[in-house]
Design a binder for this molecule. Structure first.
Ligand SMILES: NC(=O)c1ccc[n+]([C@@H]2O[C@H](COP(=O)([O-])OP(=O)(O)OC[C@H]3O[C@@H](n4cnc5c(N)ncnc54)[C@H](O)[C@@H]3O)[C@@H](O)[C@H]2O)c1
Length: 255
């Protein structure tokens, strides 16, 4: 069950160990920095060969494990590094992702498959491995999967991306339903455009200017604003929240 032993009004994640995939850049890096500032231990998991240096620069209680989230051996390597370095893993932030921009009639099979493989399948297999590890070790864990506003609305040229993020929201609900009895909470976050390399690639130019005009916020999000929401979902303050998809969209999807 999801245990209640009081609400921690500080929303602390101090002393927790978090695996953050896609942690070398963008939202993942912002989450790692936020978690580190809140005294969590970090396992930074990323394709970037720089990930170990980035982890070292973040500071103490932070290690990098380089690899491809699509490699079936990678979740096991991350669990080994996490348990050997910090004793246990309490949190997974499934953040690694890509975008392929193409009309539905033109997208190649390779671009479709790569988007689904990285954004959806690899997120599932990472959550499956770490979820099973949490169940086996009776850890009251928290998993946050990175979805997107693209998972709930249609965006031009985002067909594979929208499909992958819709899948993330659905998979999050099933995992939350099945794993509540093990004390594990599973949630998704769905940001609007975030000012990272991926966000700039997809939305710099007239389409982004138009989208911004339709947002009550009249601006895109900073990575730190997404990191703060992720940290909240991983804290005891969110102890009764599971299976939720938190839209962080400046009101864009209200319509
Ligand atoms: N930026 C946005 O506008 C936005 C909006 C909504 C959701 N998201 C989602 O947030 C997540 C992070 O996006 P971002 O904007 O920070 O992107 P980013 O491109 O800035 O960073 C992505 C990170 O993921 C890593 N990565 C990519 N493929 C990988 C793989 N196969 N194995 C391991 N690591 C891999 C990259 O090396 C990089 O460090 C993604 O899932 C993305 O879909 C982004």
């Amino acid at each position: 069950m999801l245990r209640y032993d009081g609400v921690d009004l500080t929303y602390s994640i101090e002393g927790k160990t978090a695996v953050i995939t896609g942690g070398a850049a963008g939202i993942g890096y912002a989450a790692a920095k936020f978690f580190h500032d809140k005294h969590a231990n970090i396992i930074l998991a990323d394709l970037s060969p720089e990930v170990c240096n980035i982890a070292e620069k973040l500071g103490e209680h932070c290690v990098g494990v380089a690899g491809d989230v699509c490699d079936p051996a990678y979740p096991g390597q991350i669990i080994k590094a996490g348990t050997e370095t910090f004793g246990k893993i309490d949190i997974l932030v499934n953040c690694a992702g890509i975008v392929a921009l193409e009309n539905a009639e033109d997208i190649s099979a390779a671009d479709w498959k790569r988007t689904i493989d990285i954004n959806l399948s690899a997120s599932f297999f990472m959550a499956q491995a770490i979820g099973k590890y949490m169940i086996d070790n009776q850890i009251d864990g928290s998993i946050v999967n990175m979805a997107s506003q693209a998972g709930v609305i249609a965006l031009d040229k985002h067909v594979a991306y929208c499909a992958s993020k819709g899948g993330i929201i659905a998979m999050t609900k099933v995992m939350a339903k099945e794993w509540g009895k093990h004390g594990i909470r599973v949630n998704a976050v769905s940001p609007t455009v975030v000012l990272t390399a991926l966000g700039h690639k997809a939305w710099d130019g007239p389409a982004g200017d138009e989208l911004k005009k339709e947002m009550p916020s009249e601006r895109f999000a900073e990575p730190e604003e997404i990191a703060a929401c992720i940290a909240f979902l991983c804290s005891k303050g969110a102890g009764m929240i599971t299976g939720h998809n938190l839209l962080i969209d400046g009101g864009f999807t209200i319509k």
